[in-house]
Write a protein that binds this ligand. Sequence first.
Ligand code: ADP
Length: 462
Amino acid sequence: MKRLKRFTKVLVANRGEIAIRIFRACTELGIRTVAVYTEQDTLSLHRFKADEAYLIGEGKGPIEAYLDMDAILEVAKRHDVDAIHPGYGFLAENAEFAERCQREGIVFIGPSPEHIQMFGDKVDARAMAVKAGLPVIPGTPEPIQSLEEAMDFVGQHDYPIIIKAAAGGGGRGMRIVRNQEELCEALERARSEAKSAFGNAAVYIEKFLENPKHIEVQILADRHGHVVHLFERDCSIQRRHQKVVEVAPSLSLTDELREKICNAALNLMEKAGYCNAGTVEFLVTPDQQYYFIEVNPRVQVEHTITEMITGIDIVQSQIRIAEGYALTDPEVGVPTQKEISTRGYAIQCRVTTEDPARNFLPETGKLLAYRSGGGFGIRLDSGNAYPGAVITPHYDSLLVKVSSWAMTYEQAAKKMLRTLREFRVRGVKTNIPFLENVVQHPVFLNGKYDTSFIDTTPELFE
Ligand code: ADP
């Protein structure tokens, strides 16, 4: 068998908590780590957590710098980097970047450019899911060009509908339309918003499902044709279509439905010939029908809770897969599907520097005090969270991801509440009071929440 060339140096083209998370995985694997940082991130912790760190994008904007492929590839080549991990966001779903890495002889730790391309376009992704036999929400098979096409769809499927940007992501580029009066303006707005936010005005329409749960399945796939799932996460607790609290495993799936959904995800990724880590997302209606919505071809913010219930390090697996290892290789340590099981329950809360009393307005300033909670069963993934850290307006407002694990859901929720209460953050407001309300709410505790939970539960904001 051909000997695999292991990576000796990995660059992380990202910042914040996910950069640090990836450095940790690399260090445990004996790989040297390289950070890139911007002028605005001169004091950011990810810079100091890597073995080497280089300034990029001088004179560029804070976001543009992390999107500067030339600058990142230049650092990688100059410092003998074997592979680049893109994290999530920034260049993680940029097929051109993956391809340019390939051309430069640097391994992109993620799926192929073709898979990024296919799953980056929600219309193409849907088509692939249909081909693989997965149930999809009734929708237009192609982007729509005119009001007439939209009306045709409504004629067949009625309101409510949701207009989605084909290139959308992160909960943005979606518009719910409940009646004819709203349709024309909503369509125009959706197209112009999609154009300005994603550089692509293509939008399509789906039937809007009322009160679904968001269930997603974590997949790992190697180059040798092995594909496994690591069970599901329930990410129904959302604000503006963005996840706030995630739970694994879901409390509301029967074993039979869980098996169906996990197998559907496996089947899709097998048929697509996917490689590396990815997530297949579904909506599940109150009458237990499940529908594919999209694939995220990258590591996700909430991967931590799957790691806690399965014991499998997803980021290390990504690295080993990119080196060419088979999942079953003892070096990777991912068991066969039959042997992968879950133990207990894990919950993740995304602690952000946002003021819940002011409609979650992002806060900036200096952290005058920062003391985190902790203890048995608690995992913290933070970027720039320490006393004296300055929260700038340049990047997203995630401060720390708090994940709790316990044998029962009730215990995991209690542990989460206890930990959130232990936090002391001064100088900048956080959403911790809001999260405390969520994890002690009776609906959260009985697991009967759906994606409308936050919007329909005003007492969470008190
Ligand atoms: P993004 O890529 O921006 O995350 P998704 O397609 O994954 O967008 O959808 C995000 C969330 O939006 C879902 O979890 C769900 O709450 C809501 N959503 C998306 N499509 C529908 C739909 N057809 N009906 C009801 N809710 C939807």
